[in-house]
Write a protein that binds this ligand. Structure first.
Ligand code: HPA
Length: 296
């Protein structure tokens, strides 16, 4: 199937063929000795996990022709291969966002590359705003489901040609966040004493880069969103399409201002997001280490 630009009236943008993705994976495979089983996408401010990788082999995105480069503060642009708890992993330091101007097929290239490199499970992390009124800054939310706002309005990463070697034209997105891994993570978080800040909820994606208006937060709250962020759903959809098992965590870095509480002087800002990430990093890293050690 040819690559190209699809649907000039819509937002599909540039798409990538199986062969193009395969050649990226082949390039990496030729230069890295690890055969990863777990892929980890490190979200904004959550790159500390890569420091836990033993005997790391680092592969820069810029050495992969046509691979995107992260333009956001707090994101590097490299894969880190190695072992965590004896299991072969690859961490993605620097993810791509729709608001950077990347097409959805483009920003999800790494998921398909990881799949072709052999991963079976994808961990995703992100920084998110707390929409649920009970959530506090510093809470960690296991993602149980998502609302892909851009997808509901015509921006789905699977728009464009479908190659069955990746997956079916119409994939199901129910149980996208693996129930067994979620249960294991809840149990492990309990035993680590995390119950005061552990949550399980629905992640809602918006395109950004502007933060949401109070009326938009009220809308997201009404339709069942517990946290809101600008990433993750495209990667999870593409991961499920190609048969990967997914586990996701959101770090609540700020409380969203909802219609009715605009009198507060608080405003979401990127500096706060990075600071909260730095504080909870070690708790999240430990949970991931335990999860990797225990999962089958
Ligand atoms: N909104 C959207 N994305 C975010 C937020 C938010 O409040 N916080 C961190 N990422």
């Amino acid at each position: 199937m040819e690559s190209g630009s699809v649907c000039s009236a819509g937002r599909v943008g540039k798409t990538y063929s199986y062969d193009e993705i395969e050649s990226m994976a082949n390039l990496i495979r030729g230069k890295v000795s690890i055969k990863p089983e777990i892929g980890i996408i490190c979200g904004t401010g959550l790159s500390g996990l890569a420091a836990k990788v033993e005997n790391p082999e680092v592969f820069s995105y810029k050495d992969i022709p046509n691979f995107p480069i992260s333009t956001v503060e707090g994101h590097k642009s490299e894969f880190v291969f190695g072992h965590i708890e004896g299991k072969p992993v690859m961490c993605m330091l620097g993810r791509f966002h729709f608001y950077e101007g990347y097409s959805l097929p483009e920003l999800t290239i790494p998921v398909r590359v990881m799949r072709l490199l052999g991963i079976k499970t994808l961990f995703v992390t992100n920084a998110a705003g707390g929409v649920n009124r009970d959530y506090n800054v510093g809470d960690v939310m296991i993602i149980k489901d998502h609302i892909n706002m851009p997808g509901l309005s015509g921006n789905n990463p699977l728009c464009g040609p479908n190659d069955e070697r990746f997956g079916p034209r119409f994939p199901a997105i129910s149980k996208a966040y693996d129930p067994k891994l979620r249960k294991l993570a809840r149990d492990l978080a309990d035993s680590l004493g995390y119950s005061s800040f552990l949550r399980e909820g629905v992640y809602c994606m918006v395109s950004g880069p502007s933060y949401e208006s109070p009326a938009e937060i009220a809308l997201i709250n009404k339709v069942g969103g517990d946290a809101v962020g600008m990433s993750t759903c495209p990667e999870v959809i593409v991961a499920r399409h190609c048969g990967l098992r997914v586990f996701g965590l959101s770090l609540i870095t700020n409380k969203c201002i909802m219609l009715g509480d605009e009198e507060t002087d608080e405003e979401a800002n990127h500096k706060e997001v990075l600071e909260v990430g730095a504080k909870r990093n070690s708790a999240i890293e430990l949970l991931f280490q335990k999860l990797i050690a225990k999962m089958e």
